[in-house]
Write a protein of this length. Structure first.
Length: 80
């Protein structure tokens, strides 16, 4: 029996964003996002497919960071 990816449980007051990138870039991406003063948490789905969860109050800051990282890593934001 293989492992099955489980989506993170997001409660009220949290927003999520989905980003797809090269698998080799996930560790760098996760390090930058999670080091940004508690901005967000990153959950790896599989390979380069990640979910980023953050407080709704910081959504503008999250989107700005994700836009910059996506440009730098040639990653793509997908609809949640």
């Amino acid at each position: 029996m293989g492992r099955v990816a489980v989506s993170p449980c997001l409660g009220e007051g949290l927003v999520s964003r989905r980003v797809v990138m090269r698998a080799r870039d996930v560790v760098f991406f996760k390090g930058v996002v999670e080091a940004s003063e508690g901005l967000a948490a990153v959950f790896a789905e599989h390979g380069g497919d990640v979910i980023v969860a953050a407080p709704a109050a910081r959504v503008a800051e999250l989107d700005a960071v994700l836009d910059a990282l996506c440009r730098e890593l040639d990653a793509m934001r997908l609809a949640p």
